[in-house]
Each structure stands twice: as C-alpha cells, then as structure tokens.
Design a protein around this ligand. Structure first.
Ligand code: KG4
Ligand code: ZN
Length: 334
C-alpha cells in the first residue's frame, strides 16, 4: 500500500510517500520561514500564497524521489491549522485522488505528530502521547490507532509558542525553539528560578505565567543590556522550567493510567533537553519512551501518510472531508 501524504496546515509545504511495508520512500519539506521571519510569526495570507506556489513541485519531487510507482491513496491534513493553507493541501490532494481514481484520506495533524515516530520505530499501545508544537500542547491516552482520549491540553500558550515568545523578548528571532535550545546548551539552568506550572489537579498545562515570569525578570533589570552569557542562562532556566513541567505531567499520566509506553511528537519534540530528560526519567520508571528523529518532529507529509496507512488497513475512510481549522481529535478505531 503506497500513500502520498500532503501537509500544509501551517508554514511548511510538505509531501511524502510512505509504503505500508517498506516504510518511508520520500519526504520533501519546503519551509516558508524566510517569508515570515521578518514579521516574527506566521502571516496566514502569505502562507496560503506560498503553499499555492510550491505545492505542485513539492508533490512531484516526493513522487519522483519515491521512484514513481502507482499510489493507492492520497492523504492530506484536514485540520487543525490555518484555513487558507489547509484548503491548498486539500484541493491538491482531492484533485490528485480524483485523477488517479484512488481514495482520499483526511488526517488529523496531531494524530500525525504521534505517528511520526512509527516511521523509524514501533509504537506499542496503550500509550500516553505528549504532542508539543507551536499551536498545541496535548496529553493524549491512546489505546491504538484511531482510539484517543485527550487528557489535557494547554489553557493558554502552547509550549512552542512560549519558546517563540520568550525568544522574541530576548531579541533572538523567529522561530524561538531552535535558538533557545542552542543557547541553553551553554547556559546555567539554575541561574534564574522560574516557576514550574505543574497544576497537579488537572492534566491541563498553562505556560502564560512562566512567560510573564521571564518578562518580569527582564523588567527587573531595568532595561540594562544583557550579556551573551546572561541570555544563555535565561534560555537554560526557562527551558528547564518548561521541560520539567512537560515531563513531570507526562510521566504522572503514564503512572495514573498504568501505561508502559510514552510517545513524544510535534516541533518541540526536537528540543534536546526535552528528549534527554523524558528519556532518562522515563527509563528510571521502567517506561519505554519513543520519539521521532528530529527531522520528523516538525511538520511533514510522512506522518500524515503514516496515519492514512492505518486508516486504509481498517477501511476507515471518512465521507465528510471538510477542512477544519480547529478539528478535534477524532476516534475512528473500533
Ligand atoms: O509542529 P511544528 O512544526 O508546527 C506546528 O504544528 O505548530 O512546531 C513548530 C514549533 C515552533 O514553535 C518552534 O519554535 C518549535 O516547534 N521548535 C522547538 C524546537 N524546534 C522547533 N522548540 C524547542 N526546541 C526546539 N529544538
Ligand atoms: Zn505540527
């Protein structure tokens, strides 16, 4: 079974071909970062237009790199995401599926982030998944492909959004995650004591207070210019506060629901400290912790195709394929 996966929910125009038996055959990602950087965030209209310009070429390259061959289905990101960008992917997928006479599969982007791991290693169910990206911070209990229960999510900023906003406060540019990750490596995580928003009575997260704590810390310095090593220290301290919170809650959920497997996904899953701490503390508790390679953490078409492979195996194709910017986690399993 060969599936073309198309992802256009945000600022990456991406397409990939996944074979149900042989795995990932090609993975093409065209990033629009250069377009949005000067606005320090994504401009939806610019994103839609860039997707339109790139989509055909990206799909063609993905098919060529996979060595040609017939496709058995075309999958695309149905939501959540930005409406304009989502529509570009949907129209491309729908057109191709109709021309080829193959099924069209609409996939939930967040489900895709969970299944990115499966392109390089097995997922064992039941599992607790932590999906951390620029738009989402979701803790999900899954009993198998298509069977999800969202335990908690962020009440304000997503983890990636907090990285991006703190980087902006520090004048480090956009996107903030990768640069804070890099700067934190030379900083002291105990230099500044930022709060850990554990919120023990809920599986929800909240990062707005932590972001404000960074702002107050900067204000207390009365506008004095920060040295490079002070910036490194703030990055390391802030990153540790986020990582501790994410890891603590994820492992608590695994214990609470008697689950032995934990999966990580989403753009923030590329964070070195998060990967290191989750793996180490997970192993200490006898858990199997899996995560995608860094290249498959951020948005890509391969994760969308991988979810579609499961859907096709089970004949779970939805009839209503409306793009939905706030598509919720949908169960489609038995
Ligand atoms: O999953 P993704 O590519 O797009 C969304 O679906 O949002 O995630 C993008 C987010 C951005 O907020 C970016 O700053 C963050 O992932 N990110 C990171 C790292 N690499 C990307 N955050 C922390 N550390 C990183 N190394
Ligand atoms: Zn994403």
């Amino acid at each position: 079974m060969r599936v073309l996966g198309i992802e256009t929910s945000c600022d990456e125009t991406a397409a990939a071909v996944v074979d149900g038996r042989r795995g990932l055959l090609s993975n093409v990602v065209s990033s629009q970062l250069h377009l949005h950087r000067k606005y320090r965030g994504i401009v939806p209209e610019l994103a839609s237009r860039a997707h339109l310009q790139k989509i055909a070429g990206v799909i063609e390259t993905a098919c060529d790199e996979a060595g040609g061959g017939a496709l058995d289905a075309v999958a695309y990101t149905q939501g959540p995401g930005l409406m304009g960008p989502l529509l570009v992917g949907k129209v491309a997928a729908q057109t191709l599926a109709r021309i080829l006479g193959v099924p069209l599969v609409g996939v939930n982007h967040l489900e895709g982030h969970i299944f990115a791991t499966e392109l390089t290693q097995e997922l064992h169910f039941p599992l607790v998944a932590l999906i951390v990206s620029g738009g989402h911070t979701d803790l999900v209990l899954s009993r198998g492909p298509g069977r999800y229960r969202v335990l908690g999510r962020t009440r304000d900023d997503a983890a990636g959004e907090a990285f991006d906003k703190v980087a902006r406060m520090l004048g480090l540019g956009y996107p903030g995650g990768p640069v804070i990750d890099r700067r934190a490596a030379s900083g002291d995580p105990r230099a500044v004591e930022f709060p850990r928003p554990y919120m023990p009575d809920t599986w929800d997260f909240s990062f707005a207070g932590l972001k404000t704590a960074v702002l107050y810390h900067l204000q207390r310095r009365g506008g004095k210019k920060l040295s490079e090593s002070e910036i490194d220290d703030i990055c390391a301290s802030f990153q540790d506060a986020i990582v501790d919170t994410l890891v603590q809650k994820t492992l608590a959920a695994a214990a609470n629901f008697s689950v032995k497997d934990v999966a990580l996904g989403g753009g923030v899953a590329a964070n070195s400290r998060l990967r290191e701490v989750l793996a180490a503390r997970g192993v200490e508790r006898g858990l199997r912790v899996v995560m995608p390679p860094r290249s498959l953490c951020t948005d890509n078409g391969a994760m969308i195709a991988q979810v579609a492979v499961h859907r096709l195996k089970r004949g779970r194709l939805s009839n209503i394929l409306r793009s939905d910017p706030s598509l919720s986690f949908q169960n489609w399993g038995a």
